[in-house]
Design a protein around this ligand. Structure first.
Ligand code: IPM
Ligand code: MG
Length: 366
């Protein structure tokens, strides 16, 4: 019996609510497929701060080290908003996890079903078939982590702050490989986004990506676009892209733009893959929904669990090599939504179901 060992970090507000339903979906498929689920639940984010004094408690980090993947919920919210930025749940939990496990490749599908086009702020005629793109974001380099990074006081008494954007060829090549492999499973088109008209790191990025694809993936159509233009094009005609591929901060911004264009945050899943392999010989990864903790609806049992369930499906695909099962879960989510079972965020006048009822419908399609 194949054993899936993973850490479950539900986090805050709706995090635990959608995680409970996601675990139910996983238990269901595991039982049917004869898989053994070996997971341990631990505090992270605000729950980490409240119960252990920090957003990423040592015991939680240790648990992650013993696991083959991390199924992450959502962290943060008003309760911890007045802490210094460095100690806030999002930053103090996610950034150290990315660093600790070299989670260099962030994969965010921008998927909007045809039936949900009304959820998008774009006019329906721009996206008659919905949206189906993927954003690949470099996640452990660039201006997020570059040194020096500091605030100092100058001789005249004024303060000065510095962040450093830095990339090495090897960092660019390994994420280019992820973009290429992703494109091979789709329509073989990659658009690399940079700011090569201004930034040194972008000049190196463009040169490295061009050479890497020419040498290793000549069968993939590679184009380049400046980030300011990419932001416009994404809002104008998102489906002109297939795989959008970019550095850390550009990816942070563009992936949020992509998420809002795709309508409901409650549907957006993501994977962050590491350099290391787990005991299944697959990448260690962290899997999380993109929607956040939604404090306004927390505790009511009405949050949309689809993003968390789709993130779990990504975990099965990338960290456990269970592609067929991942496809089946993704299809069940789609079928449930298309059959009209909707949480409030995607109901559009239909009666809204609860978090649990949404998961029940998905389980029924499995
Ligand atoms: C994201 C988030 C994080 C980031 C924050 C919470 C540190 O916005 O995952 O996109 O900027 O990467
Ligand atoms: Mg972000």
């Amino acid at each position: 019996m194949s054993k899936l060992t993973f850490a479950v970090l539900p986090g805050d507000y709706i995090g635990p609510e959608v995680m409970t339903e996601t675990l139910r979906v996983l238990e269901h498929v595991a039982q049917k497929e004869g898989l053994e689920l070996d997971y341990t639940i631990a505090d992270v984010g605000g729950a980490g701060i409240d119960n252990h004094g920090k957003a990423l408690p040592d015991t939680t980090l240790e648990l992650c080290r013993r696991s083959d993947a991390i199924l992450f919920g959502s962290v943060g919210g008003p309760k911890w908003e007045n802490l210094p930025p460095k100690e806030q749940p999002e930053r103090a939990a996610l950034l150290p996890l990315r660093k600790a496990f070299n989670l260099f490749a962030n994969i965010r599908p921008g998927l909007l079903y045809k039936d949900l086009v009304d959820a998008s702020p774009l006019k329906a005629e721009r996206i008659p078939e919905g949206i189906d793109i993927v954003c690949i974001r470099e996640l452990t380099g660039g201006i997020y982590f570059g040194q020096p990074k500091a605030t100092t006081t100058l001789d005249n008494g004024e303060q000065q702050a510095i962040d450093t954007m830095v990339y090495k060829t090897s960092e660019i090549e390994r994420i280019a490989e992820v973009a290429a492999v992703t494109a091979k499973g789709r329509s073989r088109r990659v658009c690399s986004v940079d700011k090569a008209n201004v930034l040194e790191t972008s000049v190196l990025w463009r040169k490295t990506v061009t050479e890497y694809f020419a040498k290793n993936h000549p069968d993939i159509e590679l184009t380049h676009m400046y980030v300011d233009n990419a932001a416009m094009q994404l809002a104008r005609d998102p489906n002109q892209f297939d795989v959008l591929f970019t550095e850390n901060m550009f990816g942070d911004i563009l992936s949020d733009e992509m998420a809002v264009i795709c309508g409901s945050l409650g549907m957006m899943s993501s994977a962050s893959l590491g350099t290391g392999t787990n005991s299944h010989g697959k990448p260690f990864g962290l899997y999380e929904p993109a929607g956040g903790t939604a404090p306004d609806i927390a505790g009511k049992g009405v949050a949309n669990p689809c993003a968390q369930i789709l993130s779990a499906a990504m975990m099965l695909r990338y960290s456990f090599g269970l592609d067929t099962l991942a496809d089946r879960i993704a299809a069940a989510v789609r079928t449930a939504v298309e059959s009209g079972v909707r949480t409030g965020d995607i109901a559009f006048g239909r009666p809204a179901v609860s978090t649990k009822e949404m998961a029940d419908a998905i389980i029924a399609h499995l």
